[in-house]
Design a protein around this ligand. Sequence first.
Ligand SMILES: [Zn+2]
Length: 244
Amino acid sequence: MSCDQELTTQSYLDGELQGVAAAQAERHLQTCASCQALAAGTADLSDALRKASRYRAPDALRARIVSRFGREPVRLPTRNFWLGAFSGATVSALAAGFALLALLPPSAATLTQSVADAHARALLNGQTIMVASSNHHTVKPWLAAHAAISPPVADFSAQGFALAGGRMDEVAGSRAAVMVYRHGNHQLELFAWPDRGAKLPQPGMTHGFRTGFWKSGDLDFAAISDVDKDAFQKFIALAQAQRE
Ligand SMILES: [Zn+2]
């Protein structure tokens, strides 16, 4: 499938269009699957180009994260990992086990730990952003293509929370889309993953990060950051109010 407006879309993604032309290209991109695929491909390219300049947590923050956790944050073993590690009959047995596990909703404690681990791991590895853009029309199709989840993506620059980009990650064994925001020197992350009927954790502090959880539509959401309480609540209110 291709579209006769791909050149225009490409110019838009390259930031070459302004005013009415940009608005038209943006509207087209919202409804055209072919151009969204193009945007996702462009995002891959910009990901490669930006690897050298990607965000890395400052040393002080890295030290704080490690001391809060008392260890390096871990990644829960995934099915692919285990499939790579074993073979033959063991695989089928393990795969069946993981398939069964995947059906069971994770506990609130597992969710909190998993989101905090994913956030800290990304900060430590300098891999918080896989697609760097303040343009939600770039971030959203990239997340849809890579995380297979299409949460609402908005820029809240006017309210003090600038969209910096997104990445795919993992929450308690589910593939998750992550929207990354900047607020002064702080980073806020908004996780979204398919709802499996889990009971969500209460808001709280985990390893020095504030966390908040909610459900919307068929997705579970989590916000996590080290910003102050007022800013965190403001961010959650913005995130909860947005619609497709
Ligand atoms: Zn198109």
